[in-house]
Design a protein around this ligand. Structure first.
Ligand SMILES: *[C@@H]1O[C@H](CO)[C@@H](O)[C@H](O)[C@H]1NC(C)=O
Ligand SMILES: *[C@@H]1O[C@H](CO)[C@@H](O)[C@H](O)[C@H]1NC(C)=O
Ligand SMILES: *[C@@H]1O[C@H](CO)[C@@H](O)[C@H](O)[C@H]1NC(C)=O
Ligand SMILES: *[C@@H]1O[C@H](CO)[C@@H](O)[C@H](O)[C@H]1NC(C)=O
Ligand SMILES: *[C@@H]1O[C@H](CO)[C@@H](O)[C@H](O)[C@H]1NC(C)=O
Ligand SMILES: *[C@@H]1O[C@H](CO)[C@@H](O)[C@H](O)[C@H]1NC(C)=O
Ligand SMILES: *[C@@H]1O[C@H](CO)[C@@H](O)[C@H](O)[C@H]1NC(C)=O
Ligand SMILES: *[C@@H]1O[C@H](CO)[C@@H](O)[C@H](O)[C@H]1NC(C)=O
Length: 288
């Protein structure tokens, strides 16, 4: 008898609880859902970009990269291949370099792009184009040596019509190339925000910041105010202080909302000639 007698009261209790939950949802969750996206707390996936300026006299020198690719299969890496401040003087890379690149090509989450300097658009454009063509020719040696785009370092940032034309021409060579495969990604590295007249729809990604972390903090507002889609921006930040992984994750989340391509290192000199001690934490922070 007792159970049936208490039933109406239980129903009443349930109704009050349901009503209370609805009120909580309306009062707390709905405003949060409205506020949070404005604060850019919606986490967007970013790519790790790796200026890999390490000569692989043994493939083990690239092990930190192979390990990160393996333990973070859903994280995309754009790897800048740079045998000798460019493709070097021979058509194909040497045996050490070939072995290291072939191993890299076995990871689906690694996209390789070749390094070419433009000398702020002062180099002989024929030489720049020849270097692009050298990387493009690698795929004729072995499909494991296929490059998917070009990283133009020392890209100009001060406007001149000639410099804009120079960059447009070399971009077209990349986009028209039959030896480069996949997205034929075109990246420019002026290292800072270039004159807006360099904004060309054949440039996929621009490195708008390449400097130390303290300087980054003074520039972040102007970087965040850039008009294009985050997918077109890259930050290369050195001298990043040691911090707890949770704090690094918070930093990386904020940066990811501004730029899709990121590289952070604690190194203060020769930033790209070793995998610093931050590498493991940085790649881990990028996946959470
Ligand atoms: C990684 O790259 C692949 C192939 O380009 C793409 O399909 C995938 O969406 C990318 N993943 C992320 C998290 O960006
Ligand atoms: C640029 O290089 C090409 C091919 O090597 C050469 O013919 C040309 O004279 C060079 N131009 C200049 C301005 O040095
Ligand atoms: C590939 O490159 C190597 C040099 O690394 C060279 O010895 C070999 O002949 C090339 N193979 C082809 C098919 O071009
Ligand atoms: C690239 O291809 C486009 C369209 O086919 C052509 O107009 C342009 O001249 C080419 N540019 C270069 C640098 O090869
Ligand atoms: C790129 O810009 C040129 C003019 O600068 C325009 O003709 C072309 O349609 C644009 N292409 C795309 C894909 O937006
Ligand atoms: C930014 O670009 C990405 C990929 O190119 C696209 O999916 C996204 O819709 C773009 N976002 C905006 C706000 O235009
Ligand atoms: C991590 O962030 C917390 C709060 O945001 C701060 O109190 C703490 O000092 C930071 N730790 C490090 C090592 O940066
Ligand atoms: C990596 O993260 C761990 C755990 O939070 C921290 O103790 C360590 O100092 C970090 N290393 C670097 C180089 O930031």
């Amino acid at each position: 008898m007792a159970p049936t007698k208490s039933l109406p009261r239980r129903k009443w209790c349930i109704s009050i609880t349901v009503a209370a939950i609805i009120v909580i949802i309306i009062v707390i969750v709905v405003p949060l859902a409205v506020i949070l996206p404005r604060k850019k707390h919606n986490i967007q996936k970013a790519n790790v970009i790796v200026p890999l300026y390490i000569y692989p006299s043994s493939t083990s020198l690239w092990d930190p990269l192979y390990n990160a690719l393996e333990i973070h299969p859903t994280l995309n890496f754009t790897v800048i291949i740079n045998p000798n401040s460019g493709p070097g003087t021979t058509q194909f890379p040497d045996a050490d370099y070939t072995a290291a690149v072939e191993k890299l090509s076995t990871y689906d989450n690694a996209l390789m792009v070749g390094y070419v300097r433009t000398g702020y658009a002062t180099r002989n454009i024929s030489t720049v184009i020849a270097e692009v063509d050298t990387y493009a020719s690698w795929s004729s040696n072995s499909s494991a040596l296929t490059m998917h785009g070009i990283f133009f370092d020392e890209a100009p940032y001060d406007y001149s019509e000639d410099a804009v034309d120079f960059m447009h021409t070399v971009n077209q060579v990349v986009k028209n190339s039959t030896g480069l495969h996949g997205p034929r990604l075109v990246l420019h590295n002026p290292g800072l925000i270039p004159d807006s007249r360099f904004d060309d729809n054949t440039t996929d990604v621009t490195v708008v910041f390449e400097h130390d972390y303290p300087t980054f903090l003074t520039k972040e507002a102007s970087l965040d105010a850039l008009p294009n889609n985050r997918s077109e921006y890259c930050y290369l930040i050195n001298s990043v202080p040691t911090m707890a992984l949770a704090n690094l994750t918070t930093l990386v989340d904020t940066l990811s909302s501004e730029a899709q391509y990121l590289f952070l290192t604690e190194e203060t000199v020769d930033f790209y000639q070793s995998f610093g001690s931050l590498w493991t934490n940085f790649t881990a922070a990028m996946t959470t």
